[in-house]
Design a protein around this ligand. Structure first.
Ligand code: HEM
Length: 566
């Protein structure tokens, strides 16, 4: 349930008076015993963080020292409020049915470590009463000056490491300047603010019709409809949000607090995966509806009101898109971070495999060569038709298999730096096919090859790329039954050269397809599960791309793209 009292209105009603502050301090944190008038008693402190918790509230990274909850709308028990309020505290408040007032105060460096909880709580209460905390508005905590430091907002200090500075990244001072600049650019003046406020009482009763029409419109479109109907109660919730948003358009006060509330919307839209392009048409609908209604009033100052409205809606759109972009980039960076961490853990994993592979190579490869030689000698001494000749042949086949497995392991775990040269991919393919001619897996299969008559120049390590082709061709052959077909072709695509290996084999199930590049993942009874992992590694090292498309029962297509050489 959305609390009846909005965060902003809460902020206005809550404690502002210094007298009350000192009374509250005398009474500790009990809101009942603080002697405050009832409307001032509506906020209670529900906790002080054991450590100042680093958190993102609204769009700011802050140190959270205390959490307050609005009592009038509380539905959750105190115990259910975690110490560190989730990233978007107002969202959390909505979920728990209360308004969480997270609140921040000047934080000495030793805060939380040396200051007793009771003292901290009192400081929190005192500052809360002075500042008037609000769920949507958060004060930038000021750090105490350390020797030789300028002090100043947390953004300049402790957060630097985690939020790299960039020209457009959020920072309250900059946001305030940006908002002023936006207003100046569109020429939004005090007179515009007054003009909008002058129609507030007339327009408020019809805003809910606009809200209903707006969402009816969005429901007609498949893309927006899916977003709106996701999860129970979303549409109803949205109607409340938008109505409130529309009412505030005519509030007459467009200060930084106004900006802060509006700035959150872009973030919310990113969170719900709403594509940004909807914003423009959606704003257009709102604009047209409001203009139509205002025209109907027959106002004397109609032109001025409409002019002010257009300016404000332009600003709103700019805010929404700006914060949308910022959050979107945050998201991408987070995804990149995950990828990076995965790579790190992969390379740690590899280092371990590398050590293992090296000792395996040492312990297995050489004795294996010895055994193979000895068996070949024994085989050579046997006459043709000897009863054990077949056993010897099978033993040699198994030795070859073991040898290939150790070689794959070494290849994957100890990747060689590619020795790049200008090579014709067609020639590499042709050599690979010659190598494979004797492979038993290709018996009974038809292999076609296209696009090798003219050169396709790439900058590659020929041996490594040949390895990729061999692995892909062997996979294709294993997937086919007798009579199956494998086609390999080379094509030119803009600035790349593409190698396609296509088979008419059994195909790959979708759940398997998502894992085929994972090292050691295999569905074959025999096989190390390293073939495709090696291919991917080699292709990526050449700044290329590998993709697999497959239809179970119909076949598989592997596409490798390598940058074209000049
Ligand atoms: C100019 C147009 C729009 C305005 C002014 C607007 C306004 C808002 C506001 C004020 C919120 C609440 C933000 C918060 O407090 O965190 C919100 C959330 C949301 N909006 Fe929009 N919105 C617009 C366009 C759209 C469109 C086109 C869609 C498409 C379906 C959409 C879907 C949503 C959703 C799904 C949420 C999250 C609701 C939830 O909490 O589950 N909005 N919007």
């Amino acid at each position: 349930m959305v609390p009846e009292m909005t965060a902003t209105s809460c902020h206005r009603k809550l404690h502002r008076c210094k007298l009350c502050a000192s009374r509250a301090l005398q009474g500790g944190n009990s809101a009942e015993s603080d002697g405050l008038p009832p409307e001032r008693r509506s906020t209670e402190v529900i906790g002080v963080t054991p450590e100042p918790a680093r958190n993102f509230i609204g769009r700011k990274r802050v140190e959270l020292s205390a959490v307050f909850r609005h009592k009038s709308a509380s539905a959750a028990s105190d115990a259910s409020i975690p110490w560190a309020v989730p990233a978007n505290s107002s969202e959390y408040a909505r979920e728990t049915g209360g308004v969480i007032v997270a609140f921040y105060l000047p934080i000495p460096h030793s805060f939380g470590r040396t200051m007793p909880a009771k003292t901290r709580l009192r400081s929190c209460v005192l500052a809360a009463l002075f500042c008037g905390p609000s769920a949507t508005q958060v004060w930038t905590p000021m750090r105490e000056k350390k020797d030789g430091e300028s002090g100043g907002p947390m953004f300049g200090g402790a957060c630097k490491a985690t939020r790299p500075k960039s020209p457009w990244r959020y920072n309250p001072g900059m946001a305030e300047a940006l908002f002023s600049e936006m207003k100046a650019f569109v020429g939004f003046s005090e007179a515009d603010a007054a003009a909008l406020k002058s129609v507030k009482s007339q327009i408020t009763p019809v805003l809910s019709d606009i809200v209903v029409g707006f969402y009816d419109q969005l429901l007609k479109n498949q893309g927006t409809r899916n977003v709106l109907l996701e999860g129970p109660g979303r549409l109803a919730r949205l109607r409340v949000f938008l109505l409130e948003w529309l009412e505030q358009l005519f509030c007459g006060c467009y200060d930084f607090a106004y900006y802060e509330t509006r700035a959150r919307i872009g973030r919310t839209h990113v969170r719900v995966d709403l594509p940004q392009h909807y914003m423009f048409t959606a704003m257009s609908y709102i604009r047209l509806s409001l203009v139509r209604v205002i025209r109907g009033f027959g106002l004397e100052n109609e032109m001025q009101v409409l002019g002010a409205l257009h300016k404000l809606l332009d600003i709103e759109l700019a805010i929404m898109n700006d914060t949308y972009r910022e959050d979107y980039v945050d998201r991408i960076q987070a995804a990149e971070r995950v990828q990076f961490e995965q790579r790190i853990s992969e390379s740690e994993h590899l280092a371990t495999i590398g050590q293992l592979a090296a000792s395996l190579a040492h312990e297995i490869k050489n004795p294996l060569a010895g055994i193979s030689g000895a068996i070949q000698v024994l085989g050579a001494e046997m006459e043709d038709g000897h009863a054990h000749k077949e056993i010897i042949a099978e033993a040699l086949r198994q030795i070859d298999r073991l040898d290939a497995a150790v070689r794959d392991l070494l290849l994957y775990a100890r990747p060689q730096q590619p020795a790049l040269q200008r090579e014709d991919l067609g020639q590499i393919l042709a050599h690979a096919l010659i190598l494979l001619r004797q492979e038993p897996a290709f018996r009974g299969l038809r292999v076609r090859c296209e696009g090798i008559t003219m050169p396709h120049w790439v900058h590659v390590d020929g041996a490594q790329v040949k390895q990729v082709i061999v692995n892909l061709m062997i996979n294709a052959a294993h997937a086919c039954e007798e009579g199956g077909e494998i086609e390999c072709r080379i094509e030119s695509v803009s600035d790349s050269v593409r190698l396609v290996v296509e088979d008419t084999g059994c195909g790959i199930r979708p759940d398997v397809l998502t894992r085929v590049f994972e090292p050691f993942f295999t569905t074959k009874a025999r096989g190390t599960g390293l073939g495709l992992a090696i291919c991917r590694r080699i292709v990526e090292v050449h700044n290329g791309r590998i993709e697999i498309q497959s239809v179970p029962g119909r076949g598989t297509r592997v596409i490798v793209e390598l940058p074209r050489a000049a």
